[in-house]
Design a protein around this ligand. Sequence first.
Ligand SMILES: Cc1cc2nc3c(=O)[nH]c(=O)nc-3n(C[C@H](O)[C@H](O)[C@H](O)COP(=O)(O)O)c2cc1C
Length: 183
Amino acid sequence: MEIKPKKIGLFYGSDTGTTEYVTELILKRIDKVVQINTYDISEVGSLEFDDYDFLILGLSTWFDGDLQSDWESFFAAFKKINFSKKKVAIYGVGDQIGYGEFFVDGIGILGRVVVDNGGKMIGAWPTEGYDFEASVAEFVPGWFMGLAIDEDNQGEMTEQRIEEWVIQIMAEFSLITEKGAVA
Ligand SMILES: Cc1cc2nc3c(=O)[nH]c(=O)nc-3n(C[C@H](O)[C@H](O)[C@H](O)COP(=O)(O)O)c2cc1C
């Protein structure tokens, strides 16, 4: 039997560079022995998704609850992806004060497609510590479907949040054992 190496595909989109910056922080936290390939969503299609059972998706939210522009362009194709057998973690960047009624909605918009198309979402993150009015990403009260980052208002918390979330998702992907070694 062929043993497929465990690898992660990370797909992100960023309009003004904030999600790109957050992506770099996430990559720095992922153990070097984990194979991870990173793609700007503006440069790929759904075919690249076929290569991975483990996915990390990153995006910002714009214009009152819309997807980041490259994800918006890709969204029709995204909705056709079969996510069964895939584990997916999503991080979203937003502004809870300026856009508190739509905070990190993009996480929820992508996450719902993943679930509807048979995928398993991992990396749920508590809403505690944020101050917002509503979010499509809050799939059950008190929990976002993925990691929410707010560089506009809580930039000082970004690194700590990422550090904790990366440990969480590596365990949920089963890429680390309890002893911290790669499985
Ligand atoms: C015109 C405009 C609309 C925005 N709309 C939202 C929104 O609906 N929800 C949200 O959480 N953030 C919103 N934001 C905040 C951005 O998502 C945030 O600034 C983010 O860091 C941008 O990341 P990017 O440079 O990777 O695209 C908006 C920002 C601007 C300037």
